[in-house]
Design a protein around this ligand. Structure first.
Ligand SMILES: Nc1nc2c(ncn2[C@@H]2O[C@H](COP(=O)(O)OP(=O)(O)O)[C@@H](O)[C@H]2O)c(=O)[nH]1
Ligand SMILES: [Mg+2]
Length: 207
C-alpha cells in the first residue's frame, strides 16, 4: 500500500530548559508526553523511521529537557514539503524524583504548553498494559481544561493480543472519564499505529 505521508527528514534540533531556548523559527508543533518509560523515545524513532533520533533508555527519568525535532514530510497530493516539529517532553510521574523537582517540572511544561502558539495537538502516551495513573488522569484533564487537543496513544500494543489490546484501550478511555476520546494503540516494535498517527499529523498540517 502506498503511504499517504512520507517522512523525508528528521533531525534533533534543540533542547530547552527555558523559554528563550525554544526554536526561533515558528512551525507547527506536535507534542509527545507521558510517564517515564512509557515508550516516548521509541515512538518518535518509529514514527520518523530515524534510528536513534530520540534516545531510548532503560533508565527512566533521564530526560529533563524539552527536545525539539525538526521533521520534513511529503503528504500525498500536496506539492511542497511540510516542515514541523515533534516535541518530546520530559516524562512525568517518576517516583524517584522529589516533590519539589516534580513541581518545577510541571511549571516548566505547563508554561511551554500554554505559550506555544503553534501547538497542533498533544499525544499523551499510556502503557497499554496498565490503567492510567493519577498523574496521567490529572494531566489529561489539565490539557482539556486548557483547550489543548489530545490524542491518547496506548503504547507497547505488541505486549498484548488483539482482543486484550482493544479491551485495554476501552479501559483507558473509561478511566479518563471521556467515552468519546480516541485511543490509538501503537507498537514501536512492529510500527503498528504508525500510518494512523501519520494521517492525524497530516490532517493538521494541511489545514
Ligand atoms: N515491546 C515493546 N517495548 C517497547 C515499545 N516501546 C518502548 N519499549 C521499551 O520500553 C522501554 C522504554 O522505552 P523509551 O522509548 O526509552 O521510553 P521513554 O522513557 O518514554 O522515552 C525500552 O526498554 C523500550 O525498548 C513497544 O512498542 N513495544
Ligand atoms: Mg525518552
Amino acid at each position: 500500500m502506498k503511504e499517504k505521508v512520507i517522512i523525508t527528514q528528521g533531525r534533533y534540533l534543540a533542547s530547552a530548559v527555558k523559554k528563550e531556548q525554544y526554536p526561533a523559527e515558528p512551525r507547527p508543533e506536535i507534542v509527545f508526553m507521558g510517564r517515564s518509560n512509557v515508550g516516548k523515545s521509541s515512538l518518535l524513532n518509529s514514527l520518523t523511521r530515524v534510528r536513534n533520533l530520540a534516545r531510548v533508555s532503560g533508565q527512566p527519568g533521564k530526560t529533563q529537557t524539552i527536545n525539539f525535532y525538526e521533521i520534513g514530510a511529503k503528504i500525498e497530493g500536496i506539492e511542497e514539503r511540510k516542515d514541523f516539529y515533534l516535541v518530546d517532553l520530559p516524562g512525568y510521574g517518576y517516583a524517584k524524583t522529589g516533590r519539589e523537582k516534580r513541581e518545577l517540572w510541571a511549571k516548566f511544561i505547563k508554561e511551554y504548553l500554554l505559550s506555544s502558539k503553534n501547538l497542533q495537538f498533544v499525544c499523551q502516551l499510556i502503557d497499554i498494559r496498565h490503567e492510567p495513573m493519577p498523574s496521567d488522569i490529572e494531566m489529561f484533564h489539565w490539557l482539556l481544561e486548557n483547550d489543548l487537543p489530545v490524542l491518547l496513544v496506548a503504547t507497547k500494543a505488541d505486549k498484548l493480543g488483539r482482543t486484550a489490546a482493544l479491551q485495554s484501550a476501552a479501559a483507558i478511555r473509561r478511566s479518563m472519564g471521556i467515552s468519546t476520546i480516541d485511543v490509538l494503540p501503537y507498537s514501536s516494535l512492529k510500527n503498528e499505529g504508525r500510518s494512523e498517527l501519520l494521517d492525524v499529523i497530516a490532517s493538521v498540517l494541511v489545514q
